[in-house]
Write a protein that binds this ligand. Structure first.
Ligand code: NAD
Length: 480
């Protein structure tokens, strides 16, 4: 059995209290490793190391930081196979997906911010003949990064890379459900020559380890991605301490399909936006809103294509759907399907657990599920399920589509399908979400602002937004 270790002050060390948490492969239900169940003592040790490291790291040139972060990116590329295999065993997602998306994106995150910091500039405002204002953007100091299990290394590095590029030292905690690739990243950072204490990775659960990071007085900013519930708790601790906060939270994203869409492209992409990663992407469109005139045609073809998605061993090339991340999450998704039935919903396809054979006989697999016949305000259409479950609703006119789309406390992402450019832009402007895709889904340019409104979060990640978040702004006014 592997015992994972914390990465503190440049070394891999055991948790101080000697406690561990089981790490389970969701495709097999087998415990394959133990991860540190760290607490505030481990976090304090990491903060001490980070404070020491910050003195030199904050003074490095952007070119020095570029070189090291770029080296980390190269090493992620070189270890693609190992990292992808670890991600799949930890998370349950198909191996081809880990190889094609998760790990390459983790590498891109480092490369993007390594180069980005070389071009990052601050503003200057001239008051003609009177004064000049210029802005300094200095590293904040020690920052905390906390990430979820659905895109483990992808989202972990999405926070760490800009924080380090901006000259901060970082205390980072991956999800306790999927810690393996972040542990492998600690080894990569050592190999890349990242100075000791610049990045510290502390493993553990939310209440003990995560909250210790949020509460620590020397950690000046928190970048969090996860559930709205945990985000609320984190904000309640960090806000009175006046910490800088970036919260990327849950979603219940509408996918608005008009009759004049490019049908084949819409259908192919809607299958992906519904069920990719077993529906466990915060950007998945879980509420599909379809113009009434094409509702029946859409329903028939969408069911047929969903039924064709093979649920299978994540290690098999032909498995389109792997396992959901844990027993706890499996139970949650299954109870949401039960609730949908009680609310009067009709299960058009799926709705059941999948029993596989051999090594996956005890894994947590769920059929991709489509539900119709539910009102916009019922729990199934309001609360995040975060699994392979979507609902169908029909609308008659554009305003009704918007009203349905905006009947949600969340506001992360929306997708719009129409070939009418004016309509697409009209709807995009009025839909309440931080990200809108027109005639596509999950097409990402890392320079764009990423994040949600309403209960989907506070702040934006990506591009300059991330580098601004991870720097302290100072305006200096000089009278001429
Ligand atoms: P979660 O909130 O349970 O956990 C996320 C992370 O926060 C984990 O590392 C966890 O240990 C930690 N945590 C939990 N409670 C904490 C606390 N009180 N203090 C400090 N840390 C705490 O979320 P999850 O189940 O891992 O992930 C799924 C959720 O993440 C979904 O709601 C999904 O929509 C959301 N998500 C959002 C985005 C986005 O960009 N908006 C991206 C991915 C996932």
């Amino acid at each position: 059995m592997d015992f994972l270790e914390n990465y503190i002050d440049g070394e891999l060390i055991k948790p101080i209290a000697g406690k561990y948490i089981d790490c389970i492969n969701p495709a097999t239900a087998v415990v394959f490793a133990q991860i540190p169940d760290s607490n505030e003592q481990d976090v304090a040790l990491a903060v001490t190391a980070a404070k020491k490291a910050f003195i030199a790291w904050s003074k490095t040139t952007t070119e020095e930081r570029f070189k090291i972060l770029n080296r980390i990116s190269d090493l992620i590329d070189e270890n693609l196979e190992t990292l992808a295999f670890a991600e799949t065993n930890d998370n349950g997602k198909p191996l081809w997906l880990s190889k094609a998306v998760d790990i390459p994106r983790a590498s891109s995150n480092f490369r993007f911010f390594a180069t980005g910091i070389m071009h990052f500039a601050a503003e200057s405002h001239s008051m003609t003949d009177k004064a000049i204002n210029y802005t300094l953007r200095n590293p904040i100091g020690i920052v905390g990064c906390i990430s979820p299990w659905n895109l483990p290394l992808y989202l972990f590095t999405w926070k760490i890379a800009p924080a380090l590029a901006a000259g901060n030292c970082v205390i980072a905690k991956p999800s306790e459900v999927t810690p393996l690739t972040s542990y492998l990243l600690s080894k990569i950072c050592i190999e890349a020559g990242l100075p000791a204490g610049v990045l510290n990775i502390v493993h553990g659960n939310g209440p003990n380890c995560g909250e210790a990071i949020v509460k620590h007085k020397d950690i000046k900013a928190i970048s969090f991605t996860g559930s709205t519930r945990a985000g609320e708790r984190i904000a309640s601790i960090a806000a009175p301490m006046f910490k800088k906060l970036s919260l990327e939270l849950g979603g219940k994203n509408p996918n608005i399909i008009f009759a004049d869409c490019d049908w084949d492209k819409m259908m192919k992409t809607t299958i992906q936006s519904s069920f990719s990663n077993q529906g466990q992407i915060c950007l998945c469109g879980s509420r599909i809103l379809i113009e009434e005139s094409i509702y029946e045609k859409f329903k028939t073809e969408f069911i047929q294509k969903t039924k064709a998605l093979k649920v299978g061993d994540p290690l098999n090339e032909d498995s389109k759907q792997g396992a959901v991340v844990s027993k706890l999450h499996f139970d949650k998704v299954m109870s949401c399907i039960e609730l949908a039935k009680q609310e009067g919903g009709t299960i058009l396809c799926g709705g059941n657990a999948v029993k596989l054979e051999d090594r996956c006989a005890n894994g947590y697999f769920i059929e991709p599920t489509i539900i119709e016949g539910l009102g916009a305000n019922c729990k199934t259409n309001i609360e995040e399920i975060f699994g392979p479950v979507v609902t169908l609703q029909s609308f008659k006119i554009e305003d009704e589509a918007l009203q349905l789309a905006n009947t949600s406390n969340y506001g992360l992402a929306a997708t719009i399908w129409t070939q009418d450019v004016s309509k697409a832009n009209r709807v995009a402007a009025k839909v309440e979400s931080g990200i809108v895709w027109i005639n596509c889904w999950l097409l990402r340019d890392l320079r764009t602002a990423f994040g949600g409104m309403k209960n989907s979060g506070v702040g934006r990640e990506g591009g300059w937004e991330a580098l601004r978040f991870f720097t302290e702004t100072k305006n200096i006014c000089l009278e001429i």
